[in-house]
Ligand binder design. Structure first.
Ligand code: CUA
Length: 333
């Protein structure tokens, strides 16, 4: 029974390592610096630890002879080891680490001098991410949530804010962690080097749903990004069937509209994610795949999936209304 305890070690070590979030697979300049720093630390530490174990083994196994052979006892004999191994070596190693870390820190904001090709404001909330696309022309601005699209190869400046507590914005493959602090705006410039979907995660404990405070960064070729942005700017599509019409009516006349906004409808809440193009997102609230069945489950019992979230359980809908509501939301491409 206990004989195979070691079999749980690899799954435990690998738990949480998704294909999209590996620090060792950088897709941006800042992450490359951090990955290089990580590898050099691992390399240096490996050399030190292996040398240490070799010395321990050598000390334990070498022939020592008998005590009489060593008389008189050489009490000063080990001092050099203490001096070299206990003082000189740590000073050298820590100085190297300090230097390497300083160089990395210097390099991190390296792209800030470039004029950003796109400006976003990311606002952290307990427990979701609000994303505003800040174009100088106000008519081009729009908002989304828990998923941001950026053009590949373009420096994107992110103004980071928080609405409540301290969070931390982190996309391991693109940049280093940056705190989102209430009343203070932090900035990071990131640039995705390759198209892809990169997973992000809040990296500062912010309450019960900290672990569920995930988001996606979708890096697209610039033309595809412009197309996506142009679509996001459009108001929500008009309902094309009776059911969708009933769904919109239900959304506008129940609690939904008090918190959420769907541009082009009477729903103008501003404390919860903008749902104008909800169906174009991959996830529901960053925690569930965006499918009709899961959306229904989320509407009637969000607390089961994200306990403590501000989305209440909405059990007042009958089956038909719930169907219509979910169908309407899933039509918001
Ligand atoms: Cu937000 Cu942790």
């Amino acid at each position: 029974m206990l004989g195979r305890w070691w079999m749980i070690v690899p799954p435990v070590l690998l738990a949480g390592c998704g294909p999209f979030s590996s620090l060792t697979d950088p897709a941006g300049a800042q992450s490359r610096w951090l990955a290089d720093l990580g590898w050099s630390l691992i390399g240096l530490m490996s050399i030190i630890i292996i040398s240490m174990f070799v010395l321990i083994a050598w000390g334990a196994l070498r022939r020592r002879g008998r005590l009489e052979e060593h008389l008189p006892i050489d009490v000063d004999g080990g001092k050099r080891w203490i001096l070299y191994g206990g003082v000189a070596l740590p000073v050298v190693v820590l100085t190297i680490l300090f230097g390497v870390t300083l160089v990395t820190l210097q390099a991190l904001p390296g792209e800030a001098e470039e004029a950003p090709g796109l400006r976003l404001r990311v606002t952290a909330h307990q427990w979701w991410w609000e994303v505003d696309y800040l174009y100088d022309d106000l008519s081009l601005r729009f908002s989304t949530a828990n998923e941001l699209h950026i053009p590949v190869g373009v420096p994107v400046e992110i103004e980071l804010q928080s609405r409540d507590v301290i969070h931390s914005f982190w996309v391991p493959q693109l940049h280093g962690k940056l705190d989102a602090i209430p009343g203070h705006t932090n900035r990071v410039v990131l640039r995705a080097e390759a198209p892809g979907t990169y997973r992000g995660q809040c990296a500062e404990y912010c309450g019960a749903q900290h672990a569920h405070m995930r988001f996606l960064v979708v890096a697209q070729p610039p033309a595809a990004f412009r197309e996506w942005a142009a679509h996001q700017r459009q108001p929500a599509p008009e309902p094309s069937t009776e059911e969708l019409l009933a769904g919109r009516e239900a959304f506008e006349t129940h609690a939904c509209a008090m918190c959420h906004r769907i541009r082009g409808t009477r729903a103008r809440g501003s404390v919860a994610p903008d749902l104008t193009h909800f169906a174009s997102r991959d996830t529901i609230a960053g925690v569930l795949p965006n499918t009709r069945a899961r959306l229904q489950a989320w509407i009637i019992n969000a607390q089961a999936f994200k306990p403590g979230a501000k989305m209440p359980t909405l059990e007042q809908f009958d089956g038909e209304t719930l169907n219509a509501l979910a169908a309407y939301l899933e039509s918001l491409e």
